[in-house]
Design a protein around this ligand. Structure first.
Ligand code: ZN
Ligand code: ZN
Length: 131
């Protein structure tokens, strides 16, 4: 049994636990991730173990025209998760309250990157999704 790690939204009402992280965690520069996270890029990771521990009644889901669903806290607006159509749930890793064994290993959809950020780490950049 792998360790589990706790995360929460900004107001603290939504709490979750997750474990069994994918080895792949990308910084996604697509326009939708930028807007959903209110940030230069979104950082999400797939997990095979996930439970909401509290605040389920506050969860909102935004389904976009392309079938992707983004989950957020309706009280504080925190971006919590993402699911592509038919895909696995991915957690917004910025919401963890403790260190997790995850490192960003790629920048994806850099064709949509904001002009005001230049990633200068050593991980690969991909203009669209992972090749
Ligand atoms: Zn909240
Ligand atoms: Zn994205």
């Amino acid at each position: 049994m792998a360790s589990t790690y706790r995360g929460s939204c900004l107001c603290g009402e939504v709490i979750f636990e997750a474990g069994n992280f994918s080895k792949e965690a990308a910084a996604c520069h697509c326009t939708m991730c930028r807007k959903f996270h209110g940030a230069a890029f979104g950082t999400l990771v797939t997990v095979s173990h996930f439970n909401w521990l509290s605040g389920v009644q506050l969860l909102g889901n935004y389904k976009a025209d392309n079938g992707t669903v983004r989950t957020f806290c309706k009280k504080c607006g925190s971006s919590l998760g993402f699911r592509s159509e038919g895909g696995e749930f991915e957690v917004a890793i910025a919401c963890f309250d403790e260190d997790i064994p995850v490192k960003i290993d790629a920048h994806i959809y850099t064709a949509n990157k904001a002009c005001w950020v230049e990633p200068d780490d050593s991980v690969p950049n991909h203009v669209a999704g992972r090749p």
